[in-house]
Design a protein around this ligand. Structure first.
Ligand SMILES: *C/C=C(C)/C=C/C=C(C)/C=C/C1=C(C)CCCC1(C)C
Length: 229
C-alpha cells in the first residue's frame, strides 16, 4: 500500500513530477517562441506546444493517481496518445510544407495510419478484441506510417530537401522509429511491472514529445528569424 504523498524513494513518481513540469515549461516556451520564427514554420511550433500542453494536463492526473494509489491508469495514456500522437505524426507533413509544396495525401495517410495504430492498441488493451489482434492492427498502422516517412511520398519529398529542414525530418524520423519502440514493447510486456513500465513511458515521453518539439523549434529558429531581414 502506498502512502498518499510523494516519497523520495519513488523514482517513478518523481519522473511523473519532472515530466509534468518540463511539459509545462516547454508549452509556455513554444507558444512564446512561435512568433519569432519564420511564418512558414509557425504551425509546426504551435503543434509542438499543443502536444506538450495536452500531455501536461494528462500528466497532472496520472501523477496524482500514481502518488495516491501506486498504480497507473492506462486509459489516461491512451486518451493522451489519441490526441498527441496524430499531432506528432502530422508534423512530418508540416515540416515539408514549411519548405516546399507537398500533396495533402501525405497528411491524410499519416493521420489515418496513426489512428489505426492507436485504435487497434486501445481495443486490444481494453479487451474488446484479443490482445494479439490489437497488437497486429497497431503494428500494421505503425509500419504504414513508418513506410510513409521512410519510403513513401513523404520520404521521397524529404530526400530532395537540403540543410536544416532535411536534418530535422531525418531526426524526427528516427524518433518515431527508435523512440516509439518502447510503446509496443510496453504493450506486450508492460503489465508485468507497472513501476518499470511507467518509468520507461515517462522517460520516453520526454524524448518523443519534448525533444521532438525542441528539434522542430530549433530548426525553425535557425532559419531566418522573423523580422531579421
Ligand atoms: C507521446 C506519446 C507517444 C509518442 C505514444 C506513442 C505510442 C505508440 C507508438 C504506440 C504504438 C502501439 C503499437 C505500435 C502496437 C501495439 C499498440 C500500441 C498502441 C501500443
Amino acid at each position: 500500500m502506498k502512502s498518499s504523498s510523494l516519497q523520495s524513494s519513488d523514482i517513478t513518481g518523481i519522473t511523473f513530477w519532472l515530466i509534468s513540469m518540463a511539459l509545462l515549461a516547454t508549452t509556455v516556451f513554444f507558444f512564446i517562441e512561435r512568433n519569432s520564427v519564420k511564418a512558414s514554420w509557425r504551425t509546426s511550433v504551435t503543434i509542438s506546444g499543443l502536444v506538450t500542453g495536452i500531455a501536461f494536463v494528462h500528466y497532472m492526473y496520472m501523477r496524482e493517481v500514481w502518488v495516491t494509489t501506486g498504480t497507473s491508469q492506462t486509459v489516461f495514456r491512451y486518451i493522451d496518445w489519441l490526441l498527441t500522437v496524430p499531432l506528432l505524426m502530422i508534423q512530418f507533413y508540416f515540416i515539408l510544407l514549411a519548405v516546399k509544396k507537398v500533396s495533402s495525401g501525405i497528411f491524410w495517410r499519416l493521420l489515418v495510419g496513426t489512428l489505426i495504430m492507436l485504435i487497434g492498441g486501445y481495443l486490444g488493451e481494453a479487451e474488446n478484441i484479443s490482445v494479439n489482434a490489437g497488437f497486429i492492427i497497431g503494428m500494421a498502422g505503425w509500419i504504414f506510417i513508418l513506410y510513409e516517412v521512410f519510403a513513401g511520398e513523404a520520404g521521397k519529398e524529404a530526400a530532395k530537401l537540403t540543410g536544416a529542414a532535411k536534418d530535422c525530418f531525418e531526426f524526427c524520423k528516427w524518433i518515431v522509429t527508435i523512440g516509439w519502440l518502447v510503446y509496443p514493447l510496453g504493450y506486450l510486456f508492460g503489465s508485468a511491472n507497472e513501476v518499470t513500465l511507467n518509468l520507461v513511458y515517462n522517460l520516453a515521453d520526454f524524448i518523443n514529445k519534448i525533444l521532438f518539439g525542441l528539434v522542430i523549434w530549433k530548426t525553425a529558429a535557425s532559419l531566418a528569424p522573423a523580422g531579421s531581414k
